[in-house]
Ligand binder design. Structure first.
Ligand code: C2E
Ligand code: CA
Ligand code: CA
Length: 383
């Protein structure tokens, strides 16, 4: 079977129309199943999770809203094409409802439609809207198609590169580049996240060892997801991996987002302490977006605090963002932490941060995420 074959569900209580839509979609390469009622649609959704759903909003006595609610409960990522003979306002409110439930709802199609109109609607589904299946991501990992890019971390005072953050990249043959926010979320739903985190750490440590062998004394930062923090073997594994690459443990910084770190303070605390005792650096990522109390912040063994870009971007124009950022920098320093600002896009912001005493910065002003070779060239350029 073509691993990229797309599947579809056609929900319509008009048997003739259902058959027509099904056969048209089959001709376009979809594997299609039909349903004539809400109950049937629910049954089908137990059997498979379609990439595309054509949904008639008026199903006899029932309505498609029940199907939308059910899809939201399932967390469906399918592209949903609503169709109906009702006027545009009814269609619009159904679209609005579906989207507010977090569903991927396309522009609706009004009945009666021609096969050309349906074809056009199907063709306009952006490839990157198609859901990511765990199996596809697993295959990409097996085939080594997941890559790392590195965004330099710069000393705000001297402009020197002091480290680099590894950011995972996946370009899928069918969808093009898939954002890490999306595929990390898919990996986190199952067990795949462990293999992904291990792979990212392996590559990042190897690259970091190569930079250092070339005379550039910089460290590497890796994002660690929530699920990986529940892996008690992580500290020992990491120590072993660092040793294998002849790297001191303090060359690796593990970035943990604030929301994750504070979700289960006791478990996190245990793992973080064990990591810190082995010498790894720990960064509290997206700081300002979660709810850490001062007490917890004080107790947790972080070495770095990373101010979320939502505060940084508006720094030079928004007085509140500036006040909050200044306070966060002061707090970080009072706790003995290095402070990094992420998302620095212009010189005005950099100047403001420098004036506030922030230590490091990352952002498009300096660099986007570079491949390992470009980073090496960048390092050679600035010495
Ligand atoms: P993050 O850790 O907060 O990473 C920073 C994100 O901001 C990156 O997006 C980066 O490309 C982007 N960025 C950097 N500088 C600027 C700037 O000046 N302006 C703006 N607007 N954006 C900037 P990216 O690469 O799409 O990563 C998104 C998120 O995905 C990351 O957020 C991180 O949470 C997650 N992620 C990426 N790679 C990995 C990984 O290997 N493992 C895990 N667990 N998560 C990862
Ligand atoms: Ca990060
Ligand atoms: Ca961040």
């Amino acid at each position: 079977m073509d691993p990229y074959a797309r599947s579809a569900l056609v929900v319509d209580d008009d048997p003739l129309l259902q058959r027509l839509v099904c056969s048209l979609m089959e001709r376009r390469g979809f594997q299609v199943r039909g349903a004539s009622s809400v109950a049937e649609a629910r049954d089908r959704l137990v059997e498979f999770s379609p990439d595309v759903i054509v949904l008639d909003l008026a199903l006899g006595d029932e309505d498609g809203v029940d199907v939308l609610e059910h899809l939201a409960k399932l967390g469906s990522g399918a592209a949903i094409l609503p169709v109906s003979g009702f006027d545009r306002r009814v269609l619009r409110s159904a679209v609005h409802l579906g989207r507010s439930l977090g569903l991927n709802v396309l522009e609706p199609l009004r009945k009666p439609f021609t096969s050309a109109q349906l074809t056009e609607a199907l063709d306009s589904i952006p490839a990157d809207m198609l859901p990511v299946a765990e199996s596809e991501l697993a295959q990409a990992l097996t085939d080594d198609r997941l890559e790392l890019r590195y965004q330099p971390k710069v000393n705000l005072e001297t402009g020197q590169v002091t480290g680099a953050e590894a950011l995972a990249r996946w370009t899928d043959a069918r969808r093009g580049p898939v954002s890490p926010d999306r595929f990390i979320a898919v990996a986190e739903e199952g067990e795949l996240i462990h293999a992904l985190t291990r792979r990212v750490l392996e590559v990042a440590l190897a690259d970091c060892a190569a930079w250092r062998a070339a005379g550039h004394d910089i460290g590497v930062s890796v994002n660690i997801s929530a699920r990986s923090l529940s892996d008690p073997d992580l500290p020992a594994q990491l120590e072993e991996e660092a040793r294998r690459h002849d790297l001191p443990t303090d060359a690796l910084t593990l970035e943990i987002t604030e929301t994750v770190a504070m979700r289960d303070v006791d478990t996190t605390m245990k793992l973080l302490t064990r990591l810190r005792l082995r010498g790894f650096a720990l960064s509290l990522d997206d700081f300002g977006t979660g709810y850490s109390s001062l007490v917890e912040l004080h107790r947790m063994p972080f070495s770095e605090l990373k101010i979320d870009q939502s505060f940084v971007t508006g720094l030079s124009t928004d007085a509140d963002a500036a006040t909050i950022t200044r306070a966060m920098i002061g707090l970080g320093h009072a706790l003995g932490l290095e402070v990094v600002a992420e998302g620095v896009e212009d010189e005005k912001v950099a100047r403001a941060l420098r004036e506030m005493g922030c230590d490091h910065a990352q952002g498009y002003l300096y660099d986007r995420a570079l491949d390992a070779r470009s980073l090496r060239k960048r390092l050679a350029r600035v010495g």
